[in-house]
Design a protein around this ligand. Structure first.
Ligand code: SF4
Ligand code: SF4
Ligand code: SF4
Length: 347
């Protein structure tokens, strides 16, 4: 069912299943948020998306309030902006504010909000949370002093990954995101939590100290690891891949597994093979591509002559493209003459 609503004086026709935030976003009306992600269930935690509805005594959260016929919404007013400004001030009153050395600088929602509201001083300086412990997991740097408790990491881990490796532990001022019993994070390391974190609280360890946003080149490509073909964006600094993200509007909706997200160090590894090898007398020896191909072709011919084409079989890989796999089976069937062809993904 379609309903007609008015947002900031603009008449809009939207599905009745929409929230105010969805209706506004789809029609180019900006409402700030910290805890919202369109791919997650509405949460209403950060309160930044408060809007006024005609006839309602108090402001409501746009992310959790559904639209209804004839609704009249105001998304910005001195009163609303005052509330939002105070919320950001309160968050910053208990934040390290070390943007100069923070990995997230230039890509941080909190920093953007502080800039927008021109927050230099803070009325609310007081007690600060201090978490000195870092855990020893190999992939994710967790700096809970920078956490704004938006809950996105917890929700993505539950709702998308179905793992539930983290929760908001303790309550009140002591509330913090932690694994069970505050042990080291020990999970699937898919990094969805890192990808949704709006601040520098969760960062991939491999990118620490490797480059500022403005010096990073982004290259869109496809994950090389398996046939799902997740879309990825390589973040390249000084000719080195330092981070992998994924666009939200891709077939995989921005979600990746541990391999796609963190398994990229092989690209710049000094241990990579750069020349083909031929094993002679039990030892690999470097050779040229011409010599390696001649050798492989010669051996296939010899085996086929001596034992027939079905003495040969080919195992292909999910890490190759469809085209490469097609060519591989074609080569075995048409050139070698056998149907002995299989694929690593079958296990
Ligand atoms: S890396 Fe994945 S599994 Fe681990 S806490 Fe984050 S979302 Fe959960
Ligand atoms: S760690 Fe990041 S995503 Fe998780 S609650 Fe804190 S700010 Fe939000
Ligand atoms: S990110 Fe994981 S699931 Fe996606 S293509 Fe790469 S290996 Fe496959």
């Amino acid at each position: 069912m379609i309903v007609t609503v008015t947002i900031d004086g603009k008449y809009l026709e939207v599905p009745s299943s929409y929230t105010i935030l969805q209706a506004a976003r789809e029609n180019g009306i900006h409402i700030p948020t910290l805890c919202d992600d369109p791919r997650l269930e509405p949460y209403g935690g950060c309160r930044l998306c408060l809007v006024q509805i005609k006839g309602m005594p108090k402001a409501v959260t746009a992310c959790t309030t559904p639209v209804s016929e004839g609704m009249e919404v105001v998304t910005t007013s001195p009163e609303i902006e005052g509330i939002r400004r105070t919320i950001v001030e309160l968050l910053l009153s208990d934040h390290p504010n070390d943007c100069m050395v923070c990995e997230k600088a230039g890509d941080c929602t909190l920093q953007e909000l502080a800039y927008f509201y021109n927050l230099r001083d803070n009325r609310f300086w007081g007690a600060r949370r201090q978490y000195t412990s870092r855990d020893g997991n190999p992939f994710i740097e967790r700096d809970m002093e920078k956490c704004v408790l938006c809950g996105k990491c917890v929700r993505v881990c539950n709702e998308v990954q179905g793992v539930g490796a983290i929760e908001i532990g303790y309550r009140g001022f002591d509330a913090k995101v932690c694994p069970p019993f505050e042990k080291d994070l020990d999970c699937e390391f898919c990094g969805q939590c890192v990808s949704v974190c709006p601040t520098g609280a969760l960062i991939g360890k491999q990118s620490l100290g490797k480059g500022r946003q403005k010096n990073i080149r982004q290259v869109n490509t496809v994950c090389p690891y398996c046939g799902c073909g997740c879309n990825i964006t390589l973040h390249v600094s000084r000719n080195e891949i330092i981070r992998v993200t994924s666009p939200e509007d891709s077939l995989n909706e921005g979600w990746l597994c541990v391999k796609g997200r963190f398994g990229f160090r092989f690209v710049n590894s000094s241990e990579r093979l750069t020349k083909p090898l031929i094993k002679r007398n039990g030892t690999f020896e470097e050779t040229t591509w011409e010599a390696a191909l001649d050798y492989a072709a010669g051996r296939l011919r010899e085996i086929k002559r001596a034992h027939g084409p079905d003495a040969i079989g080919g195992l292909s890989s999910a890490r190759c493209t469809n085209e490469e796999n097609y060519l591989f089976q074609k080569f075995l069937r048409a050139a070698v003459g056998t149907n002995n062809v299989d694929h690593c993904a079958r296990y």
